[in-house]
Write a protein that binds this ligand. Structure first.
Ligand code: AKB
Length: 320
């Protein structure tokens, strides 16, 4: 039987491009997008869309039954920076939505689940360089705590109930189609928009803050590849480390400057600096490479060309 996929949180930064790619691969009618609000025209016009509040079990179940959904990608979450402003809401959204989907899989209403974790599961006591797959994890943000707890629950549901749940720890994701919302790594997206629109940028992270990052195409490929991999190759049922590149705001600025020589940067750090300082600078993702063949293809140079080329087109009428 053909798989029918529901993407919850389809209008967010990753959800948007994930849904479009899944529709390209599987045909538009096999992929149902859902969110609490509408998304881009491209997303809304490329296949079915349903309003779903990820905290409402019944609304998820109704859509699963209506379309005979077999797989769910749960992309709805409150990220690290917003989570610090609304700790209880972040915990509620991030945990309740996960329980709903895990319980639907446990009840055999769906066969497979993708749930994203994050580098935010790591904390100040984790090794900073090449953070290992298995290591000390003492996350200091609400978002990180929810992702760490979520990982434990995923592994528990797999071991106890045989739920086929798969997960990766996303680093900061850089993309141009949809804007990220409420993350600490968002500067690495914002900087490109400001470069094109204003030729200057004020970074909320300091010049030497190095963080693990990834271009969206690699993140989408990893997500689809881990879901397509044979079940026995997925040996880690909490969440896989995943990496592509690490850079600082200053290094990114210098790369953009090669394309826009008069681009200027200044630094004004805020509460997000402390969050960034609690995360590793780089990640050891050898297990994902060994187990299910993960490989990244975009580095900082290529990403910068893609971002600037596409944003120039997007903002054609607004560029000063
Ligand atoms: C954030 O900055 O909160 C996210 C993440 C690293 O999960 N982009």
């Amino acid at each position: 039987m053909k798989n029918t996929i529901l993407v919850i949180g389809a209008c967010g930064q990753i959800g948007t491009e994930l849904t479009l790619k899944l529709r390209d691969i599987n045909g538009q009618n096999s992929i149902v997008a859902s969110d609490i609000h509408e998304g881009s025209d491209e997303l809304m016009h490329s296949g079915p869309f349903e309003f779903i509040n990820a905290m409402d079990y019944e609304s998820i179940l109704n859509v699963i039954q209506k379309y005979q959904i077999t797989e769910v990608y749960l992309m709805a979450a409150m990220l690290s920076a917003t989570g610090e402003k609304y700790p209880e809401k972040a915990w509620e959204l991030n945990m309740n939505s996960l329980f709903h989907v895990l319980n639907l899989a446990k009840a055999k209403k769906i066969k497979k689940v993708f749930w994203p974790s994050s580098i935010a599961v790591f904390g100040p006591t984790t090794p900073k360089i090449n953070a290992p797959q298995e290591t000390v994890m003492e996350p200091s943000t609400v978002y990180g705590i929810s992702k760490q707890a979520g990982e434990r629950w995923c592994e528990y549901y797999f071991n106890k109930f045989g739920v086929d749940v798969r997960s990766i720890r996303y680093p900061g994701i850089i993309s141009w189609k949809a804007i990220p919302g409420g993350g600490t790594t968002d500067y690495a997206v914002d900087i490109y928009h400001r470069a094109i629109l204003e030729n200057k940028y004020t970074s909320f992270l300091s010049e030497n803050t190095m963080l693990p990052m990834m271009y969206i195409d690699d993140a989408i490929n990893a997500t689809i590849n881990i879901m397509d991999a044979p079940s026995e190759t997925i040996k880690i049922r909490s969440s896989y480390n995943l990496a592509a590149m690490s850079f600082t705001p200053e290094e990114l600025f210098n790369e953009i400057k090669k394309h826009l020589p008069s681009f200027e940067i200044s630094y004004k750090t805020d509460f997000r600096q402390k969050i960034a300082d609690s995360w590793p600078k780089s990640i050891d993702d050898s297990r994902a490479r060994e187990d299910w063949g993960w490989n990244h293809s975009v580095g900082v140079k290529k990403m910068t060309s893609i971002m600037l080329d596409n944003l120039k087109i997007k903002y054609r009428t607004k560029i000063k």
